[in-house]
Design a protein around this ligand. Structure first.
Ligand code: FAD
Length: 494
C-alpha cells in the first residue's frame, strides 16, 4: 500500500505548473534532496525552483492544538541539518531561502512576491503539520496559487490500514503482520541532478540569526562530539550499520554498552533519510534474522505514527482514558533528581546522564528510566515525555508519546502497568559487568561488578564515591504503584 499523493483543501491540484512561473518547495521534517517527492516533482518541471524553510521554534512548524515548541536538542540538530541541506541545494543550483515566522503566513507572502504558480510540500502525518498544510492551502488559494501536497515519508497509510473487522489496529503484532502482507514500499526517488534557480531569488535570513544553538550556557559539547547531522551522515550511519552491526542486531540491541543499534533515529526524525530508503537498503542485504528484526523496529515507528494519526492528542492524553484519573504525585524535587541522574539507581542515572550529554539514550534504558519515573516515583508519563521532548535529538511527535504510553501501561498494546521493571535486575541482566554504568556514572568506577547495580550494599565504599543513596526503596515503591493502579482500575470497572 504505497503512500499516494494527497491534496489539501483550498484548491490544491496536480496539474503541472504552466510556462516558466516558479514553484516553491517547502521543506519541513524532510531535510534531504533524495527521495523527496516535492523537490523531485519541481525539478522535473524545468521551471525555476525556490527551496524554502520557515523557522518557527515556538510552534514546531505546526498549527492548531497539537503544535508545540521545538525542544532544545532538536533545535541544535535543526541548525546543522539546515546548514547541510543548504549546501546540497546550493550545489544543485537553487540555494535554500530561510525565513522566520509561521509557515502558513510566510509562504503565501513569498509566493505573492515571487509570482509562484504553486507551492509543493510533502504531506506530513504529524497532526500539527497537517493542520499547517490545510491553512496554507486556504491562504494560497485566496492568492490564486496552488498548494500541491505530495506523498508523506511513511510506508503505512494510516487511513487505509484496518483490521479485518474494519477497525483501527490496537495491537502491534497483527498490525505488523498486515503491513508485511500488504505493503511494498515504493522505490525511493533519485535526487535531482540540477535545479533551475529564480533569476532574482528573494533574500533569506542568515541561519545564525535564528539562534538555534545554545550559547549561554553552551550545553551542546556532548552533542557535537556524538553526532553529525545531515543527509550524508545519515547514509554513513546506515552503511556502518548494514556493513557491520545488522548481523548481530537481534542479540546485541538490548545491551546498552554495545554500539549494536543503527543510531538512525535523529536522521529519520528530520527526514534526512526515509523509511523507504532504509527499507530498500536493508532488504537488499538479503534475508537475515537481524534484518527482519530491524524492519520490525521501523514497524514500531510506523505503529506510533498510526496511533498518533488516530489519536492526535496522544502526547497529552492517555489512550486508555481511565488513566486520566491516575493519582500521579506532584514532586518537583524528585522529577529534578530523575532528570539530573541522581536517583541512586545506577542504570537509571547512567541513562539520564547519557541523554543529557549526547541527546540520545539506548532503547532498553529508555524503558528502564521510564518505568522508574512512572512506577517507582509515581510521576506522570507526560512529565517524562516533556523532558524527552526537550532533550532528545530524535524527539519525535509520535514515537515519544506512544513509547511513554507503552511504558506507563496506558497506551495501545502497552506493557501492563503491574509489570514493574526492577532497576537492579534490569541492570544486572543487560549491563552485567557495569560497563555502561561506569561510562556515565564515573564516580562508581571503583565499585565491583557484583555491586555495581546495588552500590548501597557496601555503605563505606558508597560514601567514598559521593554517589547518592537510592531515593526510594524499589520494593516499597512497587507496592505503592500497584495500589495506585488498582485504584483507577477499580474506578474504571465500577
Ligand atoms: P534502532 O534499534 O537501530 O532502530 C531503528 C529505528 O527504528 C530507530 O531509529 C527508530 O526510528 C525505530 N525504532 C526503534 N525502536 C522503536 C520504538 N520502540 N518505537 C518507535 N520507533 C522505534 N524513538 C524516536 O525515534 N523518537 C523518540 O522521541 C522516542 N522516544 C522514546 C521514548 C521512550 C520512553 C522509549 C521507551 C522509546 C522511545 N523511542 C523513540 C524509541 C527508541 O528508543 C528509539 O527509536 C531508538 O532507541 C533509537 O535508536 P536507534 O536509531 O539506534 O534504533
Amino acid at each position: 500500500m504505497p503512500a499516494s499523493p494527497t491534496a489539501a483543501s483550498g484548491g490544491a491540484s496536480h496539474v503541472a505548473a504552466s510556462g516558466g512561473a516558479p514553484v516553491i518547495v517547502l521543506f519541513r521534517d524532510d531535510l534531504r534532496i533524495a527521495d523527496h517527492p516535492a523537490l523531485h516533482a519541481a525539478a522535473a518541471r524545468g521551471v525555476p525552483v525556490l527551496p524554502v524553510f520557515v523557522v518557527d521554534c515556538d510552534h514546531g512548524l505546526g498549527e492548531g492544538p497539537q503544535a508545540r515548541p521545538l525542544g532544545g536538542a532538536v533545535r541544535w540538530w535543526l541548525h546543522h541539518s539546515l546548514a547541510s541541506l543548504g549546501e546540497r541545494l546550493a550545489a544543485l543550483g537553487a540555494p535554500l531561502v530561510l525565513r522566520g515566522g509561521r509557515p502558513a503566513e510566510v509562504v503565501p507572502q513569498l509566493a505573492a512576491e515571487d509570482g509562484a504558480a504553486a507551492v509543493l510540500v510533502n504531506h506530513s502525518l504529524n497532526p500539527a503539520l497537517a493542520e499547517s498544510e490545510r491553512l496554507l492551502g486556504e491562504r494560497l488559494a485566496a492568492l490564486g496559487c496552488r498548494l500541491e501536497v505530495m506523498p508523506h515519508d511513511h510506508i503505512v497509510d494510516p487511513h487505509g490500514l484496518r483490521t479485518g473487522g474494519g477497525r483501527v489496529f490496537q495491537v502491534f503484532t497483527p498490525f505488523w503482520k498486515a503491513v508485511r502482507a500488504t505493503v511494498t514500499p515504493p522505490p525511493p526517488l533519485p535526487a535531482p541532478e540540477a535545479l533551475r534557480p529564480l533569476p532574482a531569488p528573494p533574500a533569506g535570513a542568515p541561519l545564525e540569526s535564528f539562534r538555534l544553538l545554545p550559547t549561554r550556557p553552551d550545553w551542546a559539547g556532548g552533542l557535537r562530539e556524538t553526532w553529525t547531522p545531515g543527509e550524508d551522515a545519515a547514509w554513513q550511519a546506515l552503511e556502518d550499520f548494514l556493513g557491520r552491526r545488522i548481523v548481530s542486531y537481534r542479540t546485541g540491541r538490548n545491551i546498552p554498552a554495545e554500539p549494536a543499534t543503527s543510531r538512525l533515529s535523529p536522521h529519520l526524525r528530520f527526514g534526512e533519510i526515509t523509511v523507504r530508503q532504509v527499507w530498500h537498503a536493508v532488504t537488499a542485504t538479503g534475508d537475515s534474522a537481524g534484518a527482519e528484526h530491524f524492519l520490525s523496529e521501523l514497524g514500531w515507528r510506523e505503529f506510533s505514527v498510526y496511533q498518533g494519526v488516530h489519536a492526535p492528542d496522544m502526547a497529552r492524553r492517555s489512550l486508555r482514558h481511565s488513566y486520566d484519573a491516575f493519582p500521579w504525585r506532584q514532586a518537583p524535587a524528585d522529577l529534578a533528581a530523575w532528570q539530573q541522574g541522581r536517583t541512586g539507581y545506577p542504570i537509571v542515572d547512567a541513562g539520564m546522564r547519557e541523554l543529557w550529554h549526547t541527546g540520545w539514550m539506548h532503547n532498553r534504558v529508555r524503558m528502564i528510566v521510564g518505568s522508574f519515573l512512572v512506577k517507582d516515583l509515581l510521576l506522570s508519563w507526560q512529565s517524562g515525555e516533556e523532558w524527552f521532548h526537550d532533550t532528545l535529538v530524535d524527539a519525535h511527535w509520535a514515537s515519544n508519546a506512544a513509547s511513554w504510553q507503552w511504558v506507563a501501561g496506558c497506551g495501545a498494546d502497552a506493557a501492563p502497568y503491574f509489570r514493574v521493571f526492577n532497576p537492579v535486575l534490569q541492570g544486572e541482566k543487560f549491563d552485567p559487568r557495569g560497563q555502561y554504568v561506569r561510562r556515565w556514572v564515573p564516580e562508581l568506577r571503583s565499585i565491583s561488578d557484583r555491586l555495581i547495580h546495588r552500590p548501597w550494599e557496601s555503605p563505606l565504599e558508597l560514601a567514598a564515591t559521593g554517589y547518592p543513596q537510592p531515593m526510594v526503596d524499589h520494593g516499597a515503591a512497587r507496592h505503592r504503584a500497584l495500589a495506585a493502579w488498582r485504584s483507577i482500575k477499580e474506578e474504571a470497572e465500577e
